[in-house]
Design a protein around this ligand. Structure first.
Ligand code: ZN
Length: 226
C-alpha cells in the first residue's frame, strides 16, 4: 500500500503510444489478453517490471491467481478511465471489490481510487451493504492497511443499525470484528472529548474526497492532479 504523496511534486505522465502490444495470461486456465504495452506498463512499478521482462524475453505477464473477468474489469478502468458499470446489484459490489483488490495488488492506485469512489457512490445510492459474505471475502483478500478495510469498518460503524450488525457478526473474520470495535472505541473517546458529534454523524459519502484514496509520487493527490 502506498503512503501519502502530500508535499511531493506531481509526477509527469509519460506520453503513451499504441503501436506495441503485450500478452497477459490470467487465471488458472491462463486466459490470454492482448493489451497495449504502454497503457498497462505505465500503471505501476510491478507492471513496468513485467513489461521489461516481455521486452527482453517475450515472456507473457502472468497473473495466474487472478480472475479473468476481474482483470477484464480492471482493463475497463485503465482504458476508459472510469469504474466498471455492472448491471446486477448483487454482483456489483463483489466485482467492484475484486477490481479494487486487483488494482491495489498491481499498484495501480488511479484505478483503485476510481473503484473505491464507485463503491461509496453505490452504497450511498442503495443505502445498504451488498452482503456480509462479499464484505467478509473482501476483508480476507486485503492487507491490514487496506483503504477498503477502512471503508468496510466505516460502513459498519457509521451506517448500520445494531440489529443489522448483530446479524452479520457471526460471519465476520475475527480481526474485522476487532477493527470495528476499535473504531467504536475511538469514536467513544472522541465523543467524551466533545468531538463526537463531528465524527459520529459524518456518513461514509460525506468524508473528504481523498479519505479512502491512496496516493504516492506517481499518483499525486486529487487536488494536485486536477
Ligand atoms: Zn484522492
Amino acid at each position: 500500500m502506498a503512503q501519502s504523496g502530500e508535499g511531493s511534486p506531481p509526477a509527469k505522465r509519460a506520453r503513451l503510444t499504441f503501436g506495441e502490444t503485450i500478452e497477459v495470461l490470467v487465471g488458472a486456465g491462463k486466459r490470454s489478453f492482448t493489451v497495449h504495452k504502454d497503457v498497462i506498463c505505465s500503471r505501476s512499478s510491478f507492471l513496468k517490471a513485467a513489461c521489461e521482462q516481455w521486452m527482453k524475453e517475450r515472456k507473457p505477464v502472468e497473473l495466474l491467481d487472478d480472475e479473468p473477468h476481474v482483470f477484464d474489469l480492471w482493463l475497463q478502468c485503465v482504458y476508459l478511465q472510469k469504474p466498471p458499470a455492472v448491471e446486477n446489484h448483487a454482483v456489483t459490489f463483489e466485482l467492484l471489490y475484486g477490481t479494487y483488490i486487483l488494482s491495489d495488488k498491481l499498484g495501480d492506485l488511479r484505478s483503485a481510487n476510481l473503484v473505491i469512489d464507485e463503491i461509496v457512490r453505490l452504497n450511498d445510492k442503495a443505502k445498504k451493504l451488498p452482503s456480509i459474505e462479499a464484505d467478509a471475502l473482501a476483508w480476507s483478500g486485503t492487507p491490514a492497511n487496506s483503504r477498503l478495510r477502512v471503508l468496510l469498518v466505516d460502513y459498519f460503524v457509521l451506517e448500520l443499525n445494531a440489529s443489522t450488525f448483530e446479524s452479520c457478526i457471526s460471519m465476520m473474520p475475527v480481526d474485522m470484528v476487532v477493527a470495528i470495535a476499535k473504531k467504536f472505541r475511538f469514536l467513544k473517546e472522541n465523543n467524551e472529548h466533545r468531538k463526537g458529534k463531528e465524527v459520529y454523524w459524518k456518513r461514509v459519502s460525506s468524508q473528504p474526497k481523498c479519505h479512502y484514496h491512496q496516493h504516492d509520487d506517481s499518483h499525486p493527490s486529487c487536488a494536485k492532479s486536477e
